[in-house]
Structures are given as structure tokens and as C-alpha cells.
Design a protein around this ligand. Structure first.
Ligand code: 6GU
Length: 221
């Protein structure tokens, strides 16, 4: 998979994508991630990328030209162009699975007060990562990229995401490791029993109980 990210703040990505599982996925060519500073595409003599809004109002608005030219220079027939905005479709694990099946994703990070409405015309869809407002799409693009890359074949053990929270609309069951007793807190007996059928039943029950208690909204789906 190839992921291109259009941003005015490329340095934000350096540390995030050079650690741990994402770093390894890149090194093993499971994913290629390229960060583009769309300011470099600006035809303005001062490399301007924003301007004041028609009709008045606060702040600056990202202009069409640099973003259109940047997208057009990297887009192919296999690309999905995604705008990151609080107005977008709420991002869920289900969408992470769908995006993980694409060949090429292009993320556009808005910033400042907003972007020219006509930028939406070059996008296949728009995503929001939650009901709050960020200063820009950069953090959202990192969150979404992380959630997709871990699902790509061979990046982490298949079993580790088979039981992820949100699969089947259930939260994760509790897990324990050594020691058996820590500060008086014991590992549930069933997990030491070696009875795999019983363990599976216990985990399923705990998953359902936890979801009922913490996220009853998930069970209604
Ligand atoms: Cl994708 N962008 C911005 N700027 N704010 C957000 C968001 C995205 N998702 C939630 N809030």
C-alpha cells in the first residue's frame, strides 16, 4: 500500500512514523508513506497557500491551486483521495478495515480556519476522527494511518487483531501475565486451568459484560 499525505507541517510526521510497528512496516515494504508539503506547489510568488474568506469573517482559508496541483501530480486510477475535516464521516474500526484494502490513499490535511469549499470536489470522501476540533488534519492523518498500517498483511500477527476491541462491536476481554498474584490481586482461576473451551467462554462473557457496562451503545448495533 502507498499512503501520500498533503500537509503544511511535514516535520510533525518524522518521529511518529519512525517508531515501533509503523517503522518496521515501512522497512519491510508493507507500506510506503510519503509526506508532501503542498506549499511547494503554490504558484504564488510568495508561496502563499491561503487567503481571506469571500464574504468576510475570521481567519485564513486554504486556496485550491496548491492542493489541486499536488493531488493531480500524485493521483492515479487506483487512488482514493480523503479530506480530513471535523465535518467528515466519523472514523470507526470498520472503515480502517475498508481502507486497509485500498492500493493508494491520499490524505489532505486542512489547517487554519478552513479550506475553499471547491477542494471537496477532488475528494472521494471526508473523514473526522471525533466530535472535537483539532488545529489541523495532521494528527488525524497519523491516527488513521496507524490504524490502517497495523491491519496490513504481515504487519502484526493476524491473531492480535482478530480479537481487537470493536471487532463484532465488543470491547477486549481482560488479559493478565506473570506473576500470578501481584499486591494481593489474583489472576482469575480459569485462565490457569488449561481448559481452552472454558477460557474461550470466560473471555466472551467478560467481553460482553465490559461492553454492557462501558459502551452499551455498541451492543445496540
Ligand atoms: Cl480530521 N480534522 C480536524 N481539523 N479536526 C478534527 C478532525 C479532523 N477530526 C476531528 N476533529
Amino acid at each position: 500500500m502507498k499512503i501520500d499525505i498533503l500537509t503544511l507541517f511535514p516535520e510533525m510526521y518524522e518521529k511518529v512514523f519512525s517508531q515501533s510497528i509503523i517503522k518496521r512496516a515501512i522497512e519491510e515494504n508493507k507500506v510506503e508513506i510519503e509526506i508532501h508539503n503542498f506549499r511547494e506547489y503554490s504558484k504564488d510568488p510568495h508561496r502563499k497557500v491561503d487567503d481571506t474568506p469571500y464574504g468576510g469573517g475570521n481567519g485564513m482559508v486554504l486556496t485550491c491551486q496548491p492542493i489541486f496541483d499536488c493531488v493531480e501530480s500524485i493521483k492515479t486510477k487506483d487512488s482514493k483521495v480523503i479530506l480530513l475535516t471535523p465535518d467528515g464521516i466519523p472514523y470507526k474500526q470498520e472503515m480502517a478495515y475498508k481502507l486497509a484494502n485500498e492500493k493508494h490513499l491520499i490524505f489532505i490535511c486542512g489547517h487554519y480556519e478552513g479550506f475553499d469549499e471547491r477542494i471537496r470536489s477532488i475528494c472521494d470522501f471526508e473523514i473526522s476522527i471525533g466530535d472535537y476540533v483539532l488545529t489541523g488534519g495532521e494528527l488525524a492523518s497519523m491516527v488513521i494511518t496507524d490504524s490502517i498500517v497495523r491491519l496490513l498483511p504481515g504487519v502484526i500477527e493476524e491473531g492480535s487483531h482478530k480479537n481487537d476491541s470493536f471487532n463484532n462491536n465488543l470491547l477486549d476481554y481482560p488479559t493478565y501475565t506473570k506473576p500470578r498474584v501481584f499486591r494481593g490481586m489474583e489472576v482469575p482461576e480459569v485462565l490457569l486451568s488449561g481448559d481452552h473451551k472454558k477460557i474461550e467462554e470466560y473471555r466472551k462473557e467478560e467481553s460482553i459484560k465490559k461492553t454492557q457496562f462501558r459502551r452499551p451503545d455498541l451492543l445496540k448495533k
